[in-house]
Ligand binder design. Structure first.
Ligand code: PRP
Length: 180
């Protein structure tokens, strides 16, 4: 897998450091919460970020999972949110934390926030591993971002190209020739 990378952007150690910062931010934000927040893992890309992040937190959180797909096997967002598998828990009256691997056009996050509020969520906060602000097509933003990246195709630590590279422990830029 490493041979397909143009460069490593963030090492596993740098990611761990940023995840700790995100956990501290969440701990502060929810320290006075009256009920346990619901942490939502947006599968599949967020799987490692979610697991590391909730384990770095001191605040108790309920865990839930949702599979949303927007890209298919390409590199450009289709703009549609497809709920492949839904949450098990009700979000009605809950503080919800969306844990995402990447915000690109923002359509997934915008659609998901809309959905959660329509289901009665009391509050929705989003923590994202990698933010690509230059690609935004909506006015939605994460409440906390670990890394801001340029318009590069990044893979690893959950992020894929055609379902590959998710299990790289670092985040790297994929060589053009792999996906062109
Ligand atoms: C990716 C990512 C976000 C979304 C961001 O999901 O995990 O959910 O795209 O893109 P957007 O801001 O343009 O909407 P993807 O559909 O690739 O599924 P995956 O998590 O299984 O990789």
């Amino acid at each position: 897998m490493y041979n397909d990378l143009e460069k490593i952007l963030f090492t596993a150690e740098e990611i761990t450091e940023k995840v700790k910062g995100a956990a501290d931010w969440l701990d502060k934000k929810y320290s006075a919460a009256q009920s346990m927040p619901l942490a939502v893992c947006v599968l599949k890309g967020s799987v490692f970020f979610f697991c590391d992040l909730v384990r770095a937190m001191r605040t108790p959180v309920q865990l839930d999972f949702m599979t949303i797909s927007s890209y298919g096997n390409g590199t450009v967002s289709s703009g549609k949110i497809k709920i492949v598998s839904d949450l098990a828990a009700s979000v009605d009256g809950r503080d919800v934390i969306i844990i995402e691997d990447i915000v690109d056009t923002g359509r997934t996050l915008a659609g998901l926030k809309r959905l959660l509020f329509s289901r009665g969520a009391k509050s929705v906060a989003c923590v994202v591993l990698a933010d690509k602000p230059s690609r935004r097509e909506t006015d939605v933003n994460a409440d906390y971002r670990c890394f801001t990246v340029g318009d590069e195709f990044i893979v690893g630590y959950g992020l894929d190209y055609a379902q590959k590279y998710r299990n790289l422990p670092c985040i790297g830029v994929l060589k053009d020739e792999i996906y062109r």
